[in-house]
Design a protein around this ligand. Structure first.
Ligand code: ADP
Ligand code: ZN
Length: 730
């Protein structure tokens, strides 16, 4: 048993988020400190944040140790979170100080507690009763003696602030000072839920049984879009709240939160805490504190919500668990889905992974019995999966520079006539992926990356999708100098929208593409307008594939179903399969059966055939067999080593050096491939090369990689980062 409390003067080890990667020794401050306490310590001339990580272990002269300045006003970090940071750091080979940074991203952590005025019930009697006064008193009674700020109380009771001030003069309500960060309104798990279908009810029951164990366990909740997965996992949340434990729901897109918050409010009577990049600083601070005190019962957030200081976390739901945005691609490279499982196992918590199209990893874990699996087969109500068919593009007569087949436009026309909506899906932002010179054939590339520049007609610029560099459309070819010959080649969503506008001049069109919206709010407004309004045709990128409800939508046209099938990436088949099924799931969510049409030049491709026949298990089995044979994840282990340098040659030099000195890897049966240009070969002027390490399952890969890379001396301008379980294989 390690020590939990350190008396004044005791030697304590403090971890700081500073890039030091080691625990520093200090003397405990006056009054002592608890293990896990947030403290402020002197570091050189600065004062920095730190966490008491354990007994001081260094041999630094005790007489020269500096003292901790003060203990901050925050609950000490619990043991589960400290082990989570250690284990997650060890798994992803991320320095512990960098992991701590993820857990301390909250403003004002070191500020003294700030207070504000609230109003609560007092002892006095009103001189006379009015309707408005009655409402104020009732509101305060209803909320069980909670206090509110003037503006909160006036809006909750529906009265003007002068009514409250009048009551305060008579002592009927009283003013009090309270910490600024007020608790959230309580969620009530026992409010009536929807009547669940038999399928849903038995899945909910299974999740409740899991909660009752108060032990770790993971369940894959699989069900087509609209089958009611959300309704089902909200019952697990309800059970968690009944147990007095905290729940976390992770969503892959901020754009999905507001719809979700509304559903939570309808089910539990109040809004949960929110945690993502769109949340204000004040709200962040409040959420962080309340989570730490156990006063936030439910958190809805992005992957960083895994690092909040829960007091008693009982459940983590990862919605759309297959979504690639759960992988953090900068800084600490972690996959939030996997980290959710780790965090839950340290907290005796349950995990629910919800998806219509699970990742192959989760599918395989369920097959192997590591995860439980629940299937919701039917869609709720009358909505059924759309009818799917391929449009064989080899048989369609298309004029040059057009991408919508006569068959597809014919179907779109029918929907418009019936007052229904059609969606044209193309997973490619911008106007055209290639801009080339018709005189010399040269393509316009990015000056900083290897990528081609993509024309964005709304912005009237060329944009690099890798590094964000933009430049105006050239009039003159940068290669041959001929004027007026630059041409757009291939379609992006903007161009498909242009074609649709030509084909349907009277239709109302909307484009949904992430680059066209300045903020999550603007995007949300657009989505709501489409859901309710009179949009006839939606043209969208993968943004539309994610869980929005468009009840009048009955046709989905996939403009290029072959996109994503080519290329060496072994995950391409999985991605295409998921994306097609997700996007097809947008059609016909209400009463009418939807139709999904896939434009393809290779209708006999196994992936396209699996999508059309709907034989999911068959697809997974075939894909799993292929991966297993190749020793690829999840049947083998992979890690990427990315070396970046101002020039390609020195990055390759180091890569080659590492590849030659691979004894530490070979000792555990791992092999190294490369160096090769990284999937993103140049970013912001830096060249990147990648080594790929492949190992059989069960090998302690991280240790071997550490021994291997620790041996090399990094020249100052070179950087090396390790990506355990990379998203793309080639
Ligand atoms: P999923 O999460 O699987 O996409 P949802 O839980 O969002 O599915 O359900 C789809 C729609 O059907 C939602 O509008 C939801 O409120 C509704 N729904 C699902 N189950 C029920 C039910 N048992 N009773 C009433 N409405 C339901
Ligand atoms: Zn670029």
């Amino acid at each position: 048993m390690s020590r939990e409390y350190f008396e004044e003067g005791a030697r304590v080890g403090i971890l700081t988020p500073e890039p030091l990667d080691r625990v520093l020794d200090y003397r405990a401050p006056e009054g002592g400190c608890w293990l896990g306490a947030f403290v402020e310590v002197p570091l050189g001339p600065r004062k920095v944040l730190g966490v008491v990580w354990g007994e001081g272990a260094g041999d630094f002269d005790a007489a020269k140790l500096r003292a901790v300045n003060r203990v901050l006003d925050a609950a000490p970090m619990r043991g589960e979170l400290r082990s989570f940071l250690e284990k997650a750091g060890a798994y992803t080979l991320t320095p512990l100080s960098q992991m701590l940074r993820l857990a301390t991203r909250v403003p004002g952590l070191s500020d003294p507690p700030s207070m504000r005025k609230i109003y609560r019930l007092g002892q006095g009697e009103p001189d006379r009763m009015t309707d408005a006064r009655r409402r104020v008193i009732d509101t305060l009674v209803d909320y069980g003696g909670l206090g509110f700020t003037l503006s909160e109380l006036s809006s909750l009771a529906g009265v003007s602030t002068s009514v409250i001030k009048g009551l305060a003069k008579q002592g009927v309500v009283e003013e009090a000072d309270t910490p600024r960060d007020t608790p959230y309104l309580p969620l009530d798990p026992d409010l009536p839920s929807k009547d669940l279908t038999e399928d849903q009810a038995s899945a909910a029951e299974a999740l409740r049984k899991g909660m009752a164990t108060r032990r770790y366990g993971t369940t894959l909740l699989k069900g087509v879009t609209g089958s009611g997965k959300t309704e089902v996992y909200l019952e697990a949340v309800a059970e968690c709240l009944r147990q007095g434990r905290q729940a976390l729901v992770l969503l892959p897109e901020i754009a999905l939160t507001s719809e979700f918050l509304t559903r939570v409010e309808a089910r539990f009577g109040a809004k949960p805490a929110e945690w993502h990049s769109g949340v204000t600083m004040t709200e962040r601070r409040r959420a962080w504190k309340m989570v730490g005190q156990g006063a936030a019962q439910l958190v809805v957030g992005a992957r960083s919500a895994l690092f909040l200081p829960y007091r008693d976390l009982g459940l983590i739901v990862v919605d759309e668990e297959h979504d690639s945005s759960y992988k953090q691609e900068e800084g600490a490279l972690y996959n939030a889905r996997d980290m959710a499982v780790l965090r839950a196992s340290l907290n005796d918590a349950q995990v629910v992974l919800a998806s219509a199209t699970p990742s192959l990893e989760s599918w395989a874990n369920a097959e192997a019995g590591k995860y439980a699996r629940l299937d919701l087969t039917a869609r709720f109500g009358e909505a059924v999966l759309p009818e799917m068919a391929a449009i064989d593009m080899r048989t369609q007569d298309l004029p040059a520079q057009s991408w919508l087949s006569p068959r597809l436009t014919g179907e779109v026309a029918k929907r418009i006539q019936n007052g229904e909506q059609a969606l044209l899906f193309l997973n490619r932002r911008g106007y055209a992926p290639v801009t080339l010179c018709r005189a010399c054939g040269a393509q316009v590339g990015c000056d900083h990356c290897d990528a081609r520049m993509v024309e964005h007609r709304f912005q009237k610029r060329l944009v690099c999708h890798q590094c964000g560099e933009t430049k105006p459309l050239p009039e003159v070819c940068p290669s041959c100098g001929v004027e007026g010959k630059m041409a757009a080649v291939g379609p992006g969503v903007e161009r498909v929208a242009e074609e649709a506008a030509r084909a349907f001049p009277d239709a109302k069109l909307a484009i949904l593409s992430s680059d066209l919206f300045g903020s999550a709010r603007a995007l949300k407004a657009q989505i709501e307008e489409i859901a309710q309004g009179d949009t006839d045709i939606i043209i969208g990128t993968q943004l539309v594939a994610k869980g929005h409800n468009f009840p009048r939508l009955t046709l989905v046209g996939v403009v290029d179903a072959d996109l994503g099938l080519q290329g060496g990436d072994l995950r391409a088949a999985e991605r295409t399969f998921q994306l097609m099924r997700q996007v097809a799931g947008r059609a016909g969510r209400a009463e009418k059966r939807g139709v999904a049409l896939l434009q393809t030049f290779q209708p006999e491709h196994p992936v396209i055939r699996a999508i059309l026949s709907g034989d999911e298990e068959g697809f997974w089995r075939a894909e799993a067999a292929e991966r297993e044979q190749a020793g690829m994840p999840p049947y083998g282990r992979l890690a990427g080593i990315i070396i970046s340098a101002p020039d390609a040659a020195s990055a390759f030099d180091l890569g080659n050096h590492l590849a030659r000195h691979d004894d530490a890897l070979r000792a555990v049966g791992a092999v190294v491939y490369g160096p090769a240009p990284a999937p993103i070969a140049r970013v912001r002027g830096r060249h990147r090369v990648r080594l790929l390490v492949k190992a059989p399952k069960g090998v302690a890969l991280q240790g071997a990689i550490r021994r291997w890379t620790d041996g090399v001396k990094l020249p100052t301008n070179l950087r090396l980062s390790v990506d355990i379980d990379p998203q793309s294989f080639y």
